[in-house]
Design a protein around this ligand. Structure first.
Ligand code: PLP
Length: 519
């Protein structure tokens, strides 16, 4: 099949395959390339069509053979032309544009794709990928909406000193040196590591040097690193029951076998843990303020846990997520300070004390683990933003952090009181003990009332009051709602409490009726 070629001098009206303009800025080889490519895409040069030899085409167009070769080479390199040594040059049967313009993939049928027994998931996801895809996160954890009352775990974002933060950031950007723009160290920005080491030893009795402090993207990343570095698939892990869903998800994702160890009014029941899984490899605890029950782990239990870890050669992950937000007296120092055996890995976060979107936290590891955690962080995402780390380091070192915490404690006392007062009229429906620390209270429902149902009814009218049950692997003796008070002003809390009261009256009333009918 021949190829019809014209230049600007051509006089008839049909569109030529090749248009060359000797006065145009673009070089002639580029004009030839554009014309041929355009003709291929438009279908005027059909797949499989044979092109003239470079010398012939050059002669027809008054171009050098080299110019034609250059255009052919480029089209060949991009996949528009095929070249066969003795047969010549042809339009490719599959052009790059056909590939690029392929129809978008059909919408993903999520349940089929991820269901454990479906064939596609077996091929598409690793066994670890399947375990992750099957994790069901509680409502609100990955929400796109701004937090509404009473979404748990949210600090007072309305009271955060944004102007001050902006000033500290501007100062760093103004004098941003190459140090802030180049890759940083995966263990973190040194002045921030220094500031944290000082802060946790003074405030939490943690014994460490700055070298043991590894900066992470929030404690969730510390959990991911710890499970990846310290657990084999199938290893048993003691998990508080009920306990922090973020930790349980990280253990499941790593292929660990999660052992639910009950929490009583002294914290994790170490004896029960020893009976259930004496040779577990790790225990996860929130000793200073158990999440979600709020219990403080007694010294006797802490010592028992350390003793078990020594005997079992196990790790203890101590998540000290909100101990700096307390309203009465001094909390017990961190367990890490009692550990003489290098068993405790201490997790801290700025999500509650500064703001959660900052994604900065730290893990304090026994000295022999420093390199492994530092390299582990490097291969995941190298490190957190250096400027953000530098701003946070200043925020702490210049006393703003301590001042902000003092202000927040006073504000949270006020907000908690307002919430408890607003819920007082419903005391026959819920029992809401005050908390001495943290950002949430628990509203206990009457025995036999399903907390998931009540939470769903609240969600239907825009109130986020998550149920306690999903934090446990087994049925709990009594249901409760988790209510945050720190993240919303007094007016918003009062109004939401009123609406919650209406939902409670209806839901609890209905549960009682059903029980009466069933009895
Ligand atoms: C027990 C516990 N640990 C840690 C965190 C904070 O996680 P991150 O530092 O990843 O924001 C939370 C947040 O709700 C929590 O409840």
């Amino acid at each position: 099949m021949g190829i019809e070629i014209r230049t600007r001098r051509a006089s008839d009206a049909t569109e030529p395959l090749v248009l060359l303009d000797a006065h145009a800025k673009a070089p002639l080889f580029r004009q030839l390339y554009d014309s041929l490519r355009h003709a291929i895409i438009a279908g005027r040069l059909r797949p499989g069509a044979r092109l003239p030899a470079a010398r012939t085409l050059g002669a027809d167009l008054h171009l050098s053979r080299n110019t034609v070769d250059q255009a052919y080479d480029q089209l060949h390199a991009e996949g528009y032309l095929d070249r066969h040594p003795r047969r010549g040059t042809f339009v490719s049967r599959t052009t790059p544009d056909q590939v690029l313009q392929a129809a978008p993939p059909p919408p993903v049928d999520r349940p089929r794709l991820y269901a454990a027994e479906s064939a596609p998931s077996r091929r598409m996801l690793s066994s670890r990928g399947r375990a992750i895809a099957e994790i069901v996160l509680p409502a609100g954890v990955n929400a796109l909406t701004l937090p509404r009352p009473f979404r748990p775990g949210v600090p007072a974002l309305d009271a955060f000193p944004i102007q001050l933060w902006a000033r500290l950031s501007a100062r760093h950007w103004r004098r941003a040196s190459r140090r802030h723009l180049a890759y940083g160290h995966s263990a973190g920005y040194q002045p921030l590591r220094d500031a944290i080491a000082q802060q946790v030893s003074a405030a939490r009795g943690v014994r460490c040097t700055a070298e043991q402090v590894i900066i992470v993207g929030g404690s969730q990343q510390a959990l991911a690193l710890a499970t990846r570095l310290l657990l084999e698939r199938g290893d048993q892990v003691w998990m508080e029951e009920p306990g922090y869903v973020g930790a349980r998800a990280a253990f499941i994702a790593s292929g660990a076998s999660v052992i639910a160890v009950p929490v009583d009014d002294q914290g994790l029941d170490v004896e029960a843990g020893e009976q259930l899984a004496p040779t577990a490899r790790m225990a996860f605890v929130t000793p200073s303020h158990q999440h979600p029950l709020g219990v403080v782990m007694t010294v006797a239990r802490r010592l028992a846990l350390l003793d078990w870890a020594r005997r079992a050669d196990a790790w203890i992950l101590e998540d000290d997520y909100d101990s700096e937000i307390r309203y009465h007296g001094r909390p017990l120092p961190a367990m890490q300070g009692l550990d003489d055996d290098g068993r405790v890995i201490y997790l801290g976060t700025f999500s509650k004390t500064v703001f959660p979107a900052l994604r900065l936290g730290y893990v304090i590891v026994p000295r022999p683990l420093v390199e492994a955690f530092s390299t582990g962080r490097l291969i995941v995402d190298r490190h957190s933003s250096v400027v953000e780390q530098a701003v946070l380091a200043d925020f702490i070192a210049e006393g703003h952090y301590a001042r902000h915490l003092r202000r927040m404690r006073a504000l949270y006392v006020e907000r908690q009181e307002a919430l408890l007062d607003a819920l007082a009229p419903f005391h026959e429906l819920i029992d809401v003990p005050a908390t001495r620390s943290g950002l949430n209270v628990l509203a206990w429902l009457p025995p036999g009332v399903d907390d998931r149902r009540v939470a769903a009814a609240a969600a239907a009218i825009g109130i986020e009051a998550p149920p306690l049950s999903p934090f446990a692997q087994h049925a709990l003796p009594r249901g409760a709602l988790i209510l945050n008070f720190s993240g919303h002003d007094v007016e918003a809390l009062r109004s939401a409490a009123k609406k919650l009261g209406t939902v409670l009256a209806e839901s609890v009333g209905r549960a009682h009726e059903q029980r009466a009918l069933g009895a």
